[in-house]
Design a protein around this ligand. Structure first.
Ligand code: PEP
Length: 257
């Protein structure tokens, strides 16, 4: 983390978990244990149908509500989809874009991810842009080229003033939901390569200001070490964000003086 230049952001990703009543219960548990968060922003991305329930439940918690997905068109005949304006109207500030599960199960390409990034930015929200390599790509030694391509693809056409609002989440696919975490060194190296890619596109001053998260089996045991890497400015947390005590410990790791 480097708080001098950029925000530390701890974000939960609930995926397709938690009903509206479970959301309320989670918030009640969090209220009992939530510390005064001084040094990091905290948010949870919830299933779209639970955004109003989460907004109400998290109101006194200083946990913002994010969405897990968005469609890039503004409106029209796209049955089942949700636009950026609709999310914005519900008070959403953050939207996950390009999560590997969406790339894998819903065939999202870099071009689609780029259109979604623009839609989220144009609506005044922050995209949390996920990039990451498969185990095969890591073992073949093409991780840095692959991630640089994903970053460049996602940011194509994004103006410098809007980039400041973007968060990049490095999520190695082999570490998501598997219990296998990248070592702090592996994660730190890729995150600093991501910053170097941004630097090559936008210059040093802007690159320095962009929050880059790590995601992939982050938990109370490994959070502090991962966050001690200079280019890791927070976490995108799946499984551990469903459990108030575990999520709290990760927030605490990011909230140290
Ligand atoms: C994720 O889905 O973004 C994620 C990082 O999941 P987990 O923490 O469960 O690996």
């Amino acid at each position: 983390m480097n708080r001098r230049y950029r925000k530390t952001v701890i974000a939960g990703n609930w995926k397709m978990n938690m009903t509206a009543s479970e959301t309320k219960k989670f918030a009640e548990e969090m209220k009992k244990i939530m510390p005064r968060v001084k040094w990091c922003e905290t948010l949870i991305c919830v299933p779209s149908c639970n955004i109003p329930a989460a907004t109400k439940a998290f109101k006194d918690l200083r946990i913002s509500v994010g969405a897990e997905n968005v469609y890039f068109e503004g409106r029209g005949a796209y049955t089942g989809e949700i636009s950026a304006e609709m999310l914005k109207d519900l008070g959403v500030k953050y939207v996950i874009v390009g999560h590997s599960e969406r790339r894998q199960y819903f065939c999202e390409t870099d071009a689609v991810v780029n259109k979604k990034v623009h839609a989220v930015l144009d609506a005044g929200m922050t995209p949390i842009i996920c990039v990451g390599e498969s185990l095969e790509q890591r073992e073949t030694g093409i991780t840095s080229e692959w991630i640089a391509l994903q970053v460049k693809g996602a940011l194509h056409g994004v103006a410098a003033d809007k980039l400041r609002r973007c968060i990049i989440a490095y999520e190695p696919i082999w570490a998501i939901g598997t219990g296998k975490t990248a070592t702090a060194e592996q994660a730190g190296e890729v995150c600093s390569n991501i910053r170097a890619t941004i630097r090559s596109l936008y210059g040093a001053r802007i690159a320095r200001s962009v929050t880059i998260q790590y995601g992939g089996s982050m938990n109370p045991k490994n959070a502090a070490e991962l966050l001690s890497q200079p280019d890791i400015d927070g976490g995108l947390i799946g499984g551990a964000s469903l459990k108030p005590d575990q999520f709290l410990e990760i927030i605490n790791a990011a909230n140290q003086d």
